[in-house]
Design a protein around this ligand. Structure first.
Ligand code: PEP
Ligand code: MN
Length: 338
């Protein structure tokens, strides 16, 4: 059941509804919007008197959501969710959120050069993995806590926010302590225990689409995070596995406007992991933005040929800088900013 509050309902009215739901031994999950708040009710609703709830002050209506994904559904919340990272940086608003940096944090120099470059080009969020899920157990698996510290310190020096992957429940606290956004990788999209635990934090989460996940499974995965109390989910289309071998994955760009129809959550696109080819990063970034993406997560490495992870798909800082310039008129043409 979803309780839709009136536009600009007062805080006390929202709190009263929450208390009423709790008294019925159900779990209220408020989704706060700039204009309107909706409260999802989780649990056995059979004993609930809908009329009583809809007569409470500030309540507009009580409804049942038909979509299997309830909290992420556009049916539940009409207005777009805007995730606030602080200091004016948001994801899901009119401004396109550019998240750029190396696939993995390797050392201070590499991160310093990357931070300087992505900041100068206009990005506000830096990426860099400290815990790397690698197909081969013999490949570089990241610097762990040391990598998190390098990422955090470098980003702070340059006034950037950060996004980094968390692979294991045991690392959630330390990653959350050092980063602004927790990334759940494609291989963990259906690691339900991990989703549940990041759901218990309030940290924004970038949830990458499972490489073989349908859109419905993708949205249901967000539900595991949101149901546990964290509404700050950013979806990320990063390509799916198909028969095609010329690109690393197949970038399913139609997912972007489709998710916009189905959900109020922001969606970003990763042109690097989806294509695996530096030459395709710029055209796919442009296409993603025109398709309605709220942001881009892109691999930028100062020396791709020396990268310890995914160097063959990273673009160089100068290519990123040029791309940012080319995006300006494009973004303006669709009424957004970057
Ligand atoms: C990444 O972004 O570093 C990454 C490992 O991506 P994915 O989970 O999409 O493969
Ligand atoms: Mn990578």
């Amino acid at each position: 059941m979803i309780i839709v509050m009136r536009k600009f309902a007062e805080k006390a009215e929202i709190e009263r509804v929450i208390e009423t739901v709790e008294k019925l031994e159900l779990k209220p999950i408020p989704l706060y919007g700039t204009e309107r708040t909706v409260i999802a009710v989780i649990g056995d609703e059979r004993p609930v008197d809908e009329h009583h709830i809809s007569s409470l002050p500030g309540v507009d209506r009580v409804m049942t959501v038909l979509d299997p994904y309830k909290l992420a559904s556009r049916e539940t919340k009409h207005e777009n969710t805007v995730i606030d990272l602080g200091e004016g940086v948001t994801v899901g608003g009119n401004k396109i959120a550019m998240m750029a940096g190396p696939c993995a944090v390797e050392n201070e120099d590499q991160m310093e050069t990357s931070a300087k470059a992505v900041k100068a080009a206009g990005a506000e969020i830096m990426r860099g993995g400290a815990y790397k899920p690698r197909t081969s157990p013999y490949a570089f698996e990241g610097l762990g806590v040391e990598g998190l510290k390098i990422l955090q310190n470098t980003a702070k020096r340059h006034g950037l926010k950060t996004v980094t992957e968390v692979m294991d429940i045991r690392d959630i606290d330390v990653v959350a302590e050092h980063a602004d956004i927790l990334q759940i990788g494609t291989r963990n999209m259906q690691n339900f225990n991990l989703l549940k635990e990041v759901g218990k934090t309030k940290k924004p989460v970038v949830l990458k689409r499972g490489m073989s996940a349908t859109v419905k499974e993708f949205l249901l995965a967000t539900e595991h995070i949101m149901k546990n109390g964290n509404p700050n989910v950013i979806l990320c289309e990063r390509g799916i596995r198909t028969f095609e071998t010329e690109t690393r994955n197949t970038l399913a760009l139609a997912t972007v406007p489709l998710i916009k129809e189905l959900s109020h959550l922001p969606i970003i696109v990763d042109p690097s992991h989806s294509t695996g080819k530096p030459s395709l990063v710029a055209p796919m970034t442009k296409a993603a933005i025109v398709a309605g993406a709220d942001g881009i997560l892109v691999d930028v490495h100062p020396k791709p040929e020396e990268a310890l992870c995914d160097g063959d798909q990273a673009i160089k800082p100068e290519v990123f800088s040029q791309l940012m310039k080319e995006l300006k008129p494009l973004v303006a043409a669709i009424g957004r900013t970057i």
